[in-house]
Ligand binder design. Structure first.
Ligand code: HPA
Length: 272
């Protein structure tokens, strides 16, 4: 993937859009419904976009939806690309490069995640205030394209403090109780063992999932302001005496759908 491919993808998408998007949204497992709230939507299937991979996992659609949300121009990924599907890190993060090219300055990244922090409950929403890259690789490995960002990017401000503060205020406005914590990105596709979860808790993780970290690294590389929201779909392995299933993840995200929708819409609506 190089600048030319980013440019070609962006040009194709741009030719279908009515306005320049300012906010990008990546919608995780079971959270794609947010795209249905976009007004005057232009939907573009991933398979039609030059250089875009195709999404395979159940519970994910594979399209971009652009339009207005609460008066702001947005572009949403309804379904993302996961490393565990066999895509390269470059492919997983390619849409973030393209959204930046299209004009976004902010990216809202959402996911379903397992709760490591024992004070969490399934159905909680967690604002991500930091992450641990536990994927054993990094999307920026390889030659650096200086026009995209620096060789050695700072990650200490990856989750934008102002957006975080703004999101907390919105939770207060809606009287929504919200958690905050560190997201650990694992490759998957296996869920963790109980021992792995105990290790991740010792290391400072509050929630664990199989996405988000690569996209946030790449967004950060390009100077995009990131807000991350995890939907705690289950308690991580070993906390409860029961096996984990993808069905449980989808069921919980569907149960908290309304809170999630109201929350993101309030954040977008009142964004300074
Ligand atoms: N572990 C990893 N990824 C997840 C989980 C989990 O418990 N729940 C949802 N995504």
């Amino acid at each position: 993937m190089n600048s030319k491919q980013i440019q070609e993808s962006a040009a194709f998408i741009q030719s279908k859009l009515q306005a320049e998007p300012e906010i990008g949204l990546i919608l995780g497992s079971g959270l794609g419904v947010l795209a249905d709230e976009i007004e005057n939507p232009v939907a573009i299937s991933y398979k039609d976009i030059p250089h875009f991979p195709e999404s395979t996992v159940s519970g994910h659609k594979g399209q971009l939806v652009a339009g207005q949300l609460e008066g702001k121009q947005v572009i949403a990924m309804q379904g993302r690309f996961h490393f565990y599907e066999g895509y390269s890190m470059e492919q997983v993060t390619f849409p973030v490069r393209v959204m930046k090219k299209l004009g976004i300055s902010r990216l809202f990244v959402t996911n379903a995640a397992g709760g490591i922090n024992e004070n969490f409950q399934p159905g909680n929403l967690m604002l991500i205030n930091d992450h641990i890259n536990n994927m054993g690789t990094n999307p920026l490995i390889g030659p650096n394209e200086e026009e995209l960002g620096p060789r050695f990017p700072d990650m200490s401000q990856a989750y934008n403090k102002e957006l975080l503060k703004h999101a907390k205020q919105c939770a207060d406005t809606l009287d929504l109780s919200i958690q905050q914590g560190v997201y650990v990105g694992n490759t998957g596709p296996t869920y963790e063992t109980g021992a792995e979860i105990r290790m991740l808790r010792t290391l400072g993780g509050d929630a664990v999932g199989m996405s988000t970290v690569p996209e946030v690294i790449v967004a950060s590389h390009m100077g995009i302001q990131v807000l991350g929201i995890s939907c705690i779909s289950n308690m991580a392995a070993g906390i409860l005496d029961q096996p984990l299933s993808h069905d449980e993840v989808i069921e919980t995200t569907e149960r908290v759908r309304q809170d999630f929708l109201s929350f993101v819409k309030e954040i977008v609506k009142t964004l300074p």
